[in-house]
Design a protein around this ligand. Structure first.
Ligand code: FAD
Length: 406
């Protein structure tokens, strides 16, 4: 197999880039390598877990989302041979390319927590991080009669770093509405050292957690779950630097799985030392192989991994890829823009928008630190159709994000 442009992964990033390339240059020969039959709008999984969005609305057949005019190679990539401008599929076929875009997302490592896979989806153990398990979160909420509710976040990296908290706030709001909050003990356990990566948001999020009485336990990494006994085990490091384990009983346990660069990326010549596709943080071009670009969760772009970030990365990648093909200088520059709609209650969202180095950059003249009904409406009703009909169709222009306060 041989194509002018080969795109690895038909998720948010791969599909957007493919569509935008073909919109601008319909004569291009673009192939997308994607093993899955279904494209999911993952940002709505949080709302599915909260019982306020239908699971079916998050899924569309891959063949309806991949752009017309592209070739779909329905398989996964096993290895890359960039010195040869080629890669090898799981079934052993070789694919060669002129230009390559690598966007296979992040890998969920459910097996890192002992006992988790055996009990996930039962015994009150749920997770919004996969389409198979997000609906069970809502079942757990409906069955919750008070008691210990635990929400976990692994140490970085993870996609949508706000998602582990969002479901804690929705669950606490649900308990509050059903007069269960006073009979409950809500605890958030994070393997990270801070509640959120951008310090400006932390006091505001602490206030939200405080309102519900949610305890915040930083530096606690979930290492085991015993579903039958309903006990979660965390590892933490004490003041002397010694490792301690802490056992916590639960009635409801929402787990965010440990995540990493996909193994077939980290073991490839395309990876940096941390396993991500090693690209320039502004151009998205590979630092060594100039005909390779990468964006989205699998890339080394040092920003928070979200679909909102992909929205801004994709037009830059497309612009620079086309320039590279024409031997022109790369003029597209990504500024690190990402955004995370922090759901803080049913009907309320605090919209965190920021660029590289944690600089807060709201798009609209609204306080980014205020919980807003309008942003809830944006999250629930405006962003999904925008995603399917605008972003995935490659219609987003390469306009630099112009924050109001810049
Ligand atoms: P993905 O969209 O995950 O796509 C990767 C694709 O690569 C998949 O289709 C996969 O099948 C394919 N693939 C995997 N392995 C291979 C292989 N070997 N060969 C070829 N293809 C392969 N983002 C937001 O902007 N806002 C939010 O509120 C938000 N909330 C979220 C909540 C949850 C619970 C989750 C799970 C995610 C959330 N996100 C949110 C994050 C967002 O969904 C991702 O950041 C985004 O989808 C990344 O796009 P991507 O294309 O890099 O990866």
């Amino acid at each position: 197999l041989n194509h002018q442009v080969v795109i690895v992964g038909g998720g948010s990033a791969g599909t957007t880039v493919a569509a935008s390339l073909l919109r601008q240059k319909p004569e291009l020969d673009v192939a997308v390598i994607e093993p899955s039959d279904t494209h999911y709008y993952q940002p709505a999984f949080t709302l599915v877990g909260g019982g306020t969005y239908e699971m079916a609305k998050t899924a569309r057949p891959q063949k309806s989302t991949l752009p017309e005019g592209s070739t779909w190679i329905k398989d996964g990539v096993a290895t890359f041979e960039p010195d040869d401008n080629s890669l090898t599929l799981n079934d052993g076929r070789k694919v060669s390319y002129q230009t390559l875009v690598v966007a296979p997302g992040i890998q969920l490592n459910w097996g890192k927590v002992e006992g988790l896979e055996e009990t996930l989806g039962r015994n009150g153990v749920c997770s919004n991080y996969s389409p198979e398990t997000a609906p069970y979160t809502w079942e757990c909420l409906k069955q919750f009669r008070g008691g210990n509710a635990i929400f976990t976040q692994p140490p970085p990296p993870l996609k949508c770093a706000g998602a582990p908290q969002k479901i804690a706030y929705l669950a606490a709001d649900y308990a509050r509405k059903h007069d269960l909050l006073s009979e409950s003990n809500f605890q958030f356990y994070s393997g990270a050292g801070a509640l959120f990566s951008v310090p400006d948001f932390v006091p505001h999020l602490e206030k939200v957690a405080g309102r519900y009485g949610i305890g915040i336990n930083l530096g606690h990494d979930l290492v085991a779950v015993d579903g039958e006994r309903k006990v979660a085990t965390f590892q933490t490091t004490d003041a002397n630097g010694d490792k301690q384990t802490v056992e916590q009983p639960f009635d409801l346990l929402h787990v965010t799985p440990h995540q990493s660069a996909p193994e077939f990326i980290s073991q490839s010549p395309l990876a940096n030392a941390d396993g991500w596709v090693d690209v320039d943080r502004n151009t998205t071009q590979h630092n060594q192989y100039k005909n390779v670009f990468s964006l989205g969760d699998a890339s080394s772009l040092p920003t928070s991994k979200t679909a909102a970030a992909v929205r801004k990365q994709a037009p830059v990648t497309v612009k620079n890829l086309l320039a590279h093909m024409n031997s022109q200088p790369l003029e597209g520059s990504y500024d690190g823009y990402t955004s995370c709609p922090l759901v803080t209650a049913y009907g309320k969202v605090m919209l965190a928008e920021f660029i590289y180095d944690g600089v807060v950059t709201p798009t609209l003249p609204l306080s980014p630190f205020k919980e807003s009904r309008f942003y809830w409406f944006v999250k629930k009703s405006m962003l999904p159709p925008f995603y399917w009909n605008q972003m995935l169709k490659g219609k987003e222009p390469d306009i630099a994000h112009k924050p109001l306060n810049a």
